[in-house]
Write a protein that binds this ligand. Sequence first.
Ligand code: ADP
Length: 497
Amino acid sequence: MTSNAAILAIDQGTTNSRAIIFDCTGTPISVAQRELTQHFPQDGWVEHDALDILADTLQVCQTAIDTAISQGYDIQCAGITNQRETTIIWNRDTGIPIHNAIVWQDRRTAEICQSLQDQGHEQLVRDRSGLLLDPYFSASKVSWILDHVDGARGAADRGELAFGTVDSWLLWNLTGGNHRTDASNASRTALFNIHTQEWDDDLLALFNVPRSILPDVLDNCADFGTTNQFGFDLPICGMAGDQQAATFGQACFHPGMLKSTYGTGCFALLNTGDKAVQSTNRLLSTTAWRLDGHVTYALEGSIFIAGAAIQWLRDEMGLIKTAPDSETVASDLTDNGGVYLVPAFTGLGAPWWDPDARGAIYGLTRNTGAAHITRAALESAAYQTRDLLEAMDGDWPGGVTELRVDGGMSDNNWLMQFLANITGARISRPLNTETTALGAAYLAGLQHGIWASLDDIASAWESHQVFEPNMAEPDREALLLGWDQAVQRTLTRVRTH
Ligand code: ADP
């Protein structure tokens, strides 16, 4: 492979559309990004304009490509990674979406999901898709669009409409009509059977979704099609949902390896190898990736509020000026002063599952200052991770010994050391924390022959900084006791799992 070989990674996220060009060592050489406009038509509804998603993506790709080409790089292939579950339906003839994209965060189908749950259908969804009956996933959003756009059901039955998550939508437009997705994105729709790796007739019937609108499902490394949108022929040969791409970008290729992304919230994915684990703790079971028809599964857990608590300190409370300031503030204190912040701003996720819980701060005294509250907000990300790991351990005993971290909050060294102390695990942070885009580049480069094998990629992955646990056990236990008591006081219902 020539040393000027490069790969385009398209990273279409919830808040930003980005294009990053990587060289054949996995080093980013050019980046362009645009913020995506969010639409909130009603309480609990979140939409994107699918044409904005497309226009922004094309523009950032062109900018990043032009920069790389001007530096003498030869862009040989492209990979796509994307916000997952977000649902788009478009007309196959005109290519025009029949409704705005309904974003994964959108709760408009809560009632549909609740009623299916009341009718006892959740077990079917869990057994086949590995997911839960929740508006988060695409299935109920597809159904909602077909039921609420005039004439949509008839058009779908006549084969005139196409459904896709953002990967499919971009691919369709980049390639002039290839209607395809990949096994990781398909596994987030709640219409796909993760065991047989096929669209599932019973799930399609449950959500009243016609087969005619579905894309073909390919491996994550595959020939998805060629785009000539950027002035030359560029094969698209890698694709994965964002969290799966990050897991790939962190080279978590073996069972027991886990990556944890600390952004607004926190998403942890544990590689469970060729076993799709049925969680007893309401974690999700999902396709990590499918290579040469061989599936690797993951257990996934999410924490709703991680970095968002730091944003809240900065924007609503005015306790810090910038997010990175939280690091000095926390490390200047000798201890947490007995203060605990439970950031249940939007309820608590795994393993507590209490949507009605709300945030609280405990342990206030006359000595408590702004610094204690800031430190408590950082600490809460570590405690929540430990709770998630405990839930994972219940489903997949074996114990996680290392967390590969990324996301904006992982820049905080104080927090990473505290995370090591509280979880008892080694925390490894790579030099390049753009792991989502890197994962898409790795998938494309693997298919195109830039990397020969997973081993080849794994040896390119480099931990830049490691944080080892160094807290005395009684201190750790005292802190965990304080956290557990704070959570118990915050819950509105008895723990359900
Ligand atoms: P997202 O992809 O979800 O938008 P990012 O990965 O860009 O998130 O991370 C941004 C989040 O990380 C913000 O919520 C911010 O408050 C938090 N953050 C960024 N830097 C730090 C830091 N040094 N310490 C603590 N939190 C941080």
